[in-house]
Design a protein around this ligand. Structure first.
Ligand code: ATP
Ligand code: MG
Length: 439
């Protein structure tokens, strides 16, 4: 169970400076603009959960509120901020880089903003990636393009070397935009900084196209991603409908969590089967995929299967391989399904037109949609406020429309995934033709 202690965010020390944002609050009650350091966002969000608590209110688990503070830790005149993007691409990375830079320059008057190139590799001098100076001119319209202007990478880097580099460049705060692996890396950097007793903050902006980081609400780029994925499902549906016994098989991202598959399927109701890592399915048997698919095609003439890449791993052979960051390579469930479906139709003497769509990289590379752009900009601003106030070892998130600070150890302690007995999966079952239990 998550306790109040798990939600305490570390700081570098007392705040000694007045925020330069004060000019924005002239003539207003400052408490309308600045967040209170004592007001917190409750972790539990239902009456039943709260009334079940027996401990005093001041022990109830709650998050630190994100937003601008009246007093800050770092002196904006001398502050130097580093920014790095790590891991796979996700819509909105450039929006975040842009908003971090603009918030620092225009609101705080911080003019030293350095972008490290190609992920954590950019903080390792021997690898030879020169940092770039981020200015409002440079980041001007970068949000119109997908990807990250800073580049990204996988692969382990030594936190000792990274902290040496931060010290050498006199960086006061490092903003890490990355996924679960990057946050593991960020925590190791924090540990090395603490070991040396340095006043350098590390603030994360969680990036996960799969939406599988816990406690942060919805991740940026996720909505753009499932919107693009829904277009692929619609295309598969048209292909399937236009052929004799057409079957569309759409492979989507989702190594450990099937959120993209679920939301994309719900977006246009074209999917007849949704297969995700959290819910096992059988190929054979009365309610297995093959017979369920055969029934659907017999009755409706076509079918669409949406497959998260991490689904049905029990049907694959373990690859035993991993990428540069140590993430295990998944078994190829898409090929196994294609082969099994083709064999099943062949064995039954039924013609089949199977179309396989894998829009993966095309989804990761698109620019954020308008809603995600707004979200990216606001998350970036919250991260800058946190960094200025001396927060460290934390990420920003948005729960129930409130921006919050979440300690990094908490977000890397587990993964967020689709609950097989939860309301999202029930919505998926209601909008597809698949049996409640396909296992
Ligand atoms: P995504 O999986 O969403 O693409 P990610 O941040 O998880 O993003 P990774 O490639 O796993 O992507 O990690 C990015 C960076 O973080 C890499 O440089 C990697 O070495 C570092 N990293 C990953 N896991 C760890 C870890 N356990 N400890 C320290 N550093 C790590
Ligand atoms: Mg990862």
């Amino acid at each position: 169970m998550t306790t109040l202690a798990d939600l305490q965010v570390a700081t570098l020390g007392p705040c000694q400076y007045d925020s330069p944002l004060s000019s924005y609050v002239a003539g207003r009650q400052t408490n309308e603009y600045y967040v209170s350091e004592t007001d917190r966002v409750l972790y539990d969000d239902t009456v039943d959960l709260l009334s079940g608590r027996t401990d005093p209110i001041d022990q109830w688990p709650s998050f630190e509120t994100g937003g601008p503070r009246a007093r800050i830790f770092h002196d904006p005149a001398t502050m130097h901020v580093g920014v790095v993007t790590c891991g796979g691409l996700c819509p909105g990375l450039n929006d975040v880089i842009r908003a971090v830079t603009l918030e620092l320059y225009t609101h705080y008057g911080v003019t030293q903003v350095t972008g490290f190139r190609n992920g954590y590799a950019g903080l390792v001098p021997d690898l030879g990636f020169e940092p770039v100076t981020l200015t409002p001119q440079l980041v001007g319209a970068i949000n119109e393009r997908g990807g990250t202007i800073l580049g990204s990478s996988r692969g382990a880097q030594d936190p000792v070397v990274i902290v040496d580099r931060l010290v050498e460049l006199e960086i006061d705060a490092l903003i890490v935009i990355g996924g679960d692996g990057s946050m593991h890396g960020a925590h190791k950097i924090v540990q090395e900084i603490s070991r040396r007793g340095l006043p350098i903050g590390v603030v994360g902006i969680p990036k996960t196209i799969d939406n599988d980081i816990p406690h942060i609400g919805q991740s940026f780029g996720f909505a753009t991603a499932f919107g693009e994925a829904a277009k692929a499902i619609a295309a598969a549906h048209i292909e399937a409908e236009s052929a004799e016994n057409g079957v569309g098989l759409v492979k989507l991202m989702g190594r450990h969590a099937g959120f993209i598959a679920c939301y994309a399927a719900l977006a246009n109701h074209d999917a007849d089967f949704v297969l995700i890592p959290e819910v096992p399915f059988a190929l054979d048997g009365e309610n297995g995929l093959l017979r369920s698919l055969a029934r659907r095609v017999t009755n409706h003439g076509s079918a669409v299967i949406v497959l998260a890449e991490g689904a049905g791993q029990e049907h694959t052979v373990e690859t035993g391989k991993s990428d540069a960051s140590g993430n295990s390579r998944l078994g190829d469930i898409a090929t196994i399904l294609r082969d099994a479906i083709e064999k099943d139709f062949r064995d039954r003497g039924v013609p089949l037109t199977l179309k396989f769509l894998d829009p993966g990289y095309g989804i990761r590379a698109v620019a954020a949609d308008a809603s995600d752009s707004v979200y990216c900009a606001r998350l970036a601003q919250i991260a800058v406020h946190a960094a200025m106030s001396g927060r460290t070892d934390m990420v920003v998130g948005r729960r129930r429309h409130r921006f919050v600070h979440v300690p990094i150890p908490l977000v890397i302690s587990r993964r967020h995934s689709v609950a097989p007995d939860g309301d999202l999966w029930l919505s998926v079952l209601e909008s597809t033709a698949q049996p409640l239990d396909m296992s």
